[in-house]
Write a protein that binds this ligand. Structure first.
Ligand SMILES: Nc1nc2c(ncn2[C@@H]2O[C@H](COP(=O)(O)OP(=O)(O)O)[C@@H](O)[C@H]2O)c(=O)[nH]1
Ligand SMILES: [Mg+2]
Length: 205
């Protein structure tokens, strides 16, 4: 799939206006946001992945297949970041969430860890502000036994969400097809909603 980096935004006035439907990848540092983005596009090095949490400090925008804008949002809940930096990220991310109401949000959770405090906070925010979001369980390849898998999914399902969490692994590519289906379904729903909300035409005479 054709994909290109647009820009990294450190401030809200740098957010690009692509006119494309936006998909934002949200989740704690190291949960696998960049890896998911790369897997969906089929390009290993598109988004910067790192073994060191908290490296991506800006919001990165990518044009994907000429049809979508993917947004890699810096991870929250990284305890070791210096206070001022953590504060600046938070403000930048909050600005982003606030400024882009039409975005479809992917909330990524580590399949082994389930919901953590910061994830729950974000879920609450998304629901309060009526944003569309999907939960994605990452790193499912790390759940080795049947028991671990069962336990992992049960922990994710303990929270009520609009749609059930989608399992994903960047190692096995599990979930790529289902996630793309969810993206295009969302786009079609949006188109339909936009059509229905058009004012009916007044008769010409
Ligand atoms: N085993 C496994 N490792 C993963 C998976 N996704 C990401 N990782 C690893 O987890 C680390 C963080 O991934 P990254 O995509 O940079 O996370 P981000 O900080 O949320 O963008 C990297 O070392 C990745 O190689 C996965 O599905 N399975
Ligand atoms: Mg990243």
């Amino acid at each position: 799939m054709e994909a290109e980096f647009i820009l990294s935004a450190a401030r809200p006035d740098q957010f690009p206006d692509t006119g494309l439907p936006e998909i934002a990848f949200l989740g704690r540092s190291n949960v696998g946001k960049s890896s998911l983005l790369n897997a969906l596009v089929g390009k290993k090095g598109l988004a910067f992945t790192s073994a060191t949490p908290g490296r991506t400090q800006m919001i990165n925008f990518y044009r994907v297949g000429g049809e979508y804008c993917f947004v890699d949002v810096p991870g929250y809940g990284y305890a070791k970041a210096p206070k001022e930096i953590a504060h600046a990220w938070r403000r930048l991310v909050e600005h982003y969430l606030d400024a882009r109401p039409a975005t479809l949000f992917f909330l990524l959770l580590d399949a082994r860890r389930g919901w953590m405090e910061a994830d729950l906070e974000l879920k609450k925010w998304l629901e309060f502000h009526k944003r569309r979001y999907l939960v994605i369980a990452t790193k499912t390849d790390k759940l080795k036994s049947q028991k671990e898998r069962h336990h992992g999914m049960a922990a994710l399902e303990a929270q009520e969400t609009e749609a059930p969490p989608l399992p994903f692994s960047a190692v096995t590519s599990r979930g790529v097809r289902e996630i793309w289906q969810a993206i295009s379904k969302n786009k079609n729903n949006r188109k339909r909603a936009a059509k229905e909300s058009l004012p009916s035409q007044a008769p010409l005479n």
